[in-house]
Ligand binder design. Structure first.
Ligand SMILES: [Zn+2]
Ligand SMILES: [Zn+2]
Length: 71
C-alpha cells in the first residue's frame, strides 16, 4: 500500500514521514501555509492547513494546537 503525502500528494517512501491531523506527510512538507517555515515540533491547524505559531496568532484564528508524531 502506497501512502501519499497530504501536502504534495506524492507517494511517501522511506522513513521521513509524520502524521498530522490523522494524515501522513513528508517531514519536509510539514510547513507553515503562510510563511513556509518548517514546523519541526508543534504546529497549528485550521481547515486542514498548517501554520506556525506566529502566523496563526497574527491571523487571529481561534487556535488549536496540535502535535504530531515522528516515526
Ligand atoms: Zn510531501
Ligand atoms: Zn508561518
Amino acid at each position: 500500500m502506497i501512502v501519499c503525502c497530504a501536502g504534495c500528494q506524492k507517494p511517501i517512501t522511506g522513513k521521513f514521514l509524520v502524521t498530522v491531523l490523522e494524515r501522513t506527510w513528508h517531514a519536509e512538507c510539514v510547513r507553515c501555509a503562510d510563511c513556509g517555515c518548517a514546523l519541526t515540533d508543534k504546529c497549528f491547524s485550521r481547515e486542514g492547513k498548517l501554520f506556525c505559531r506566529s502566523d496563526f496568532f497574527s491571523l487571529g484564528h481561534k487556535w488549536r494546537l496540535i502535535s504530531y508524531m515522528s516515526f
